[in-house]
Design a protein around this ligand. Sequence first.
Ligand code: CA
Length: 220
Amino acid sequence: MSNQTIGLDDRLYDYLLKATLREADVLAELRHETMQHPQARMQISPEQGQFMALLVQLMGARKTLEVGVFTGYSTLSVAMALPAAGRVVACDISEAFTAIALSYWQKANVAHKIDLRIAPALETLDDLIAMGESGTFDFAFIDADKSNYDNYYERALQLIRPGGLIAVDNTLWYGRVADLDVQDNRTQCIRALNEKVRDDKRVMMSLVPIGDGLLLALKQ
Ligand code: CA
């Protein structure tokens, strides 16, 4: 079917990576280390990292936000794509995960671009708003606890400038969003956000079926 997004079986996905993935050695090393981690599934796919780096450069982004760092692959992809004076405010609650991240950010010589905030992300986002940073971010990547997705979206929308972009991860949620037998809280929160953003006149949007689904919302 040519009028529908193509499904990727293992062979085609393998082709996509082999033919088109540009991954710096330090990113590959981090990805392979994280694959040994019990929560390896929380790492974004490499072609998604490449896509987000492209978005950041396309926008000429200088200041970005990340909600949910884990071992830092997405942060590193974005930080490497930012100019020398670029800055990522990176939110996570785990010292253990971000210790891995930090070692790779240092190895890639981008640690100076990343302002890591270890605290519940809502507190960090509210602090940024209270400090007058609303409307100053170019890009925000949301990839954290799904039950707070709507809260993160609303705060990110406030923090980005008009023409800024929010990218929300896992919005196809391993296919569970389409399975009506699945009614757990996290799945319902993702479904609700997808439909809210579709109808949200404050943004232009597209859900890109890359990785586990990347919902893009461009602030008007
Ligand atoms: Ca994710």
